[in-house]
Write a protein that binds this ligand. Structure first.
Ligand SMILES: [Zn+2]
Length: 77
């Protein structure tokens, strides 16, 4: 099960369907250089797995120590 709090960016918990990078490896562009942003498909896949794991009401929030899962994060807004 991906751990969304263990990486520099939560979406790094899953592999990228667009460029094929493994979990924890940053996305790369067509030129083989690291891209500035993670691919949209990877972020969508991370969202899907995050909701599977934590439910629709949960959110992931930046904290001083990294990332925290807030189980009610979306429900409060
Ligand atoms: Zn990618």
């Amino acid at each position: 099960m991906p751990d969304f709090t263990a990486h520099d960016h939560p979406a790094l918990a899953v592999g990228c369907p667009t460029c094929g990078k493994a979990p924890d490896e940053w996305c790369c562009g067509a030129n083989g250089q690291p891209s500035r942003d993670l691919h949209k498909a990877r972020q969508a896949e991370a969202d899907r797995q995050f909701i599977d794991q934590h439910g629709y009401g949960a959110a992931i929030i930046p904290a001083a120590s990294g990332w925290l899962i807030d189980p009610q994060g979306c429900a409060r807004d």
